[in-house]
Design a protein around this ligand. Structure first.
Ligand SMILES: [Zn+2]
Ligand SMILES: [Zn+2]
Length: 135
């Protein structure tokens, strides 16, 4: 199944297909800054099925909380980060699940994280996801 995603202004559009490699909720400090919120919800997708349909994202490279270099791809007009990529996932894009256009992706269980990363940083007022591996 092909999934499409876009930034807030719609200039950058992406698509991906293939079974997600992982589904990760992340409590790292980078994700806090990028999202402006408590955590991020991410889908690691196979690089082979990932495409940029329109627009040219800007990039920002940093050493992530993992200590490994990671590149953020974001819209220079509206600022949405659509995905990150790096050695940490063998260069399979880490799509920010909130950019996926079909809102049922969240409502149904498709986006439900299998893993919580940096769970030691989880705010005390956020509950663990039942069944998710805590790392
Ligand atoms: Zn945009
Ligand atoms: Zn993170």
């Amino acid at each position: 199944m092909v999934r499409e995603g876009s930034c807030l202004c719609g200039k950058i559009r992406i698509s991906f297909e293939g079974e997600p490699i992982n589904k990760m909720l992340c409590h790292c400090l980078d994700c806090r800054k990028i999202s402006g919120s408590a955590f991020s919800t991410n889908i690691v997708v196979p690089a082979a099925g990932f495409k940029i349909l329109s627009g040219t994202p800007k990039t920002y490279v940093t050493d992530g909380d993992s200590g490994q270099e990671i590149t953020s791809y974001f819209c220079g007009d509206c600022g949405s980060t659509l995905w990150r990529n790096g050695k940490v996932t063998d260069f399979n894009p880490i799509v920010k699940a909130g950019v996926i256009d079909d809102s049922n992706f969240f409502v149904d269980n498709e986006a439900k994280p299998r893993v919580e990363l940096f769970s030691h940083r989880r705010p005390r007022w956020v509950k663990e996801i039942p069944g998710a591996v805590q790392m």
